[in-house]
Write a protein that binds this ligand. Structure first.
Ligand code: AMP
Length: 497
């Protein structure tokens, strides 16, 4: 789900300059449940488990057989949805919810999901994780045709298309709408009688189906089922539309069946390590990345130190494979947000210091292998290498449990514009020099696939995953980025309160 509201403050202007020309910056998590007496509370818990997927805003919409009710707030799930009064307002046994994060610095309540629209046949609320890569093009056409857009979110385009469909049934209207969308989407929609879950034809973003005492659930990840003690039923398949009613569950494949290409970055960084994606434990896969990395890029050292928290499983794998002792040589302060989401480079740099401290006694006089999951701008790595040297390390060797990120993501994971990606600017030696390590190595692309059980590595004819951040091989058209699309933005409403 992406948006592009302009904003006033210097920090936000700076942020926009930072991301200029790259308008797709959303990370999100979705949840939905049909037919539970505590639907809103259960949804709040599910969203809490998905908080790592988006920390900017959260929202829940319920239906109580008479009214839809909505609570949408800026901030964390725990900031708003732990209050009894808020949950009490969200009456009804049907609920969907969303957590969102945008990096453009813009913070507009009107973009917070679930988005809701009144249709001729009743209301519909939707939540979206992913990014539509032709939303801007469609939105321009819709506005030309007279549509009044209430948000600047690409997800609203789906609502507009549902509203315009002349199909008599809501499911057909929904399918007609998503058939026009390109890109990545896991969508959860709520109507008066139905809970709908849909995954894009490649299954780029994740979506699972669960069950809580007979109530069907959709969630971005299995960790959202675990928190409420729900049973995992299955993944929603790529290109599948699953429709839940009190009478049962129906499945549609409106785009035919094709091989899935889920996003490998869910395994590398985005998903929570205790989640199970397509039958594989994210934690185990990350350890395996570390093992393969240790085989590919061995180094003589005294201690393996993870960059917490995201580097921990891979560092464990590296340590186990190499036989080098594992130590928590960096301690993370959990009361600071992810550095990557700070809006300016200056603040981001400060954020690293606030977030990580060297555990000096584990480092002093030692040859240290630092392991992290990925290198994006290099901000974290640069600071951490310096911090480890300042703490008295004899040598610092940096190992990344993924290949160099050379291309931006346009499918719902925040990455900066290409020019800001360290690996797009420098070769290996240039990157090593930039971060100041004694040696630097990345997991190879075939190593990623081998760690995931594909012995022969990446199938270049028919890749098993989408790995566009590393290869530039985007599985869908990127219509909004084509040269003949007018990307100038019309003047927009700036919300200050
Ligand atoms: P950087 O300092 O810009 O190279 O960022 C690298 C760090 O950001 C690594 O520790 C990753 O765990 C983390 N990271 C990677 N991708 C993302 C993302 N999409 N959002 C937030 N953090 C990320």
């Amino acid at each position: 789900m992406s948006s592009g509201v302009s904003n006033k403050s210097a920090v936000q202007d700076d942020a926009r300059a930072d991301f200029d020309g790259d308008t797709l910056h959303e990370e999100c998590g979705v949840f939905g449940i049909l037919g539970h007496s505590d639907a809103a509370a259960v949804t709040a818990l599910g969203l809490h488990a998905l908080q790592h997927r988006g920390q900017e805003a959260a929202g829940i919409v319920t239906f109580d057989s008479d009214q839809f009710r909505s609570e949408r707030h800026m901030g964390l799930v725990g900031d708003h949805f732990t209050q009894q009064e808020t949950i009490d307002n969200l009456k009804g046994p049907y609920a969907i919810g969303h957590v969102r994060y945008s990096t453009t610095g813009e913070a507009a309540l009107r973009n917070v999901q679930p988005l809701f629209a009144e249709l001729d046949g009743g209301g519909i609320a939707i939540c979206h994780n992913g990014n539509f890569t032709n939303a801007m093009t469609l939105r321009r056409q819709l506005i030309k045709d007279g549509a009044i857009c209430q948000s600047t979110s690409d997800s609203e385009v789906v609502l507009q298309l549902v509203a315009r469909s002349r199909e008599p049934k809501i499911v057909d209207r929904f399918i007609e709408a998503i058939s026009q969308m390109e890109g990545a989407y896991s969508l959860v929609a709520l109507t008066r009688k139905k809970l709908i879950g849909a995954r894009d034809p490649f299954g780029i973003r994740s979506l699972v189906l669960g069950d809580l005492n007979g109530a069907p659930i959709f969630a971005s990840e299995t960790c959202a089922l675990d928190i409420i003690g729900a049973k995992f039923i299955r993944e929603v398949e790529n290109g599948e539309v699953v429709v839940c009613t009190p009478g049962g569950i129906e499945s549609y494949f409106p785009f035919g069946k094709r091989r899935a290409r889920p996003d490998i970055f869910e395994y590398i960084y985005f998903s929570r390590p205790d989640s199970i994606l397509a039958g594989q434990s994210v934690y185990n896969v990350r350890q395996e990345f570390g093992r393969v990395l240790a085989r590919e890029s061995a180094v003589e050292a005294d201690v393996v130190v993870p960059v917490p928290d995201s580097g921990v499983p891979a560092a464990l794998g590296f340590a186990r494979e190499s036989g080098i002792p594992f130590e928590l040589g960096i301690i993370r302060n959990h009361y600071v947000g992810r550095t990557f989401i700070e809006p300016t480079q200056q603040i981001r740099t400060l954020g690293v210091k606030l977030k990580h401290s060297a555990n000096r006694m584990q480092i002093e006089g030692k040859r240290v292998v630092l392991v992290d999951d990925s290198l994006v701008r290099g901000t974290t790595s640069l600071k951490i290498v310096q911090m480890i040297r300042d703490a008295g390390a004899k040598e610092v060797h940096f190992r990344l449990a993924s290949p160099p990120i050379k291309f931006s993501d346009f499918y719902g994971i925040d990455t900066p514009v290409r020019e800001k990606l360290l690996a797009a600017k420098y070769d290996l030696e240039g990157m090593r020099n930039y971060i100041g390590a004694d040696s630097l190595a990345f997991l190879s692309i075939d190593g990623v696939y081998q760690a995931m059980g594909h012995e022969n590595g990446r199938d270049n004819e028919n890749p098993q995953f989408t790995d566009h951040c590393f290869t530039g091989d985007y599985p869908t058209p990127l219509t909004d980025l084509s040269d003949d699309v007018d990307t100038r933005q019309a003047p927009r409403l700036v919300e200050t309160g």
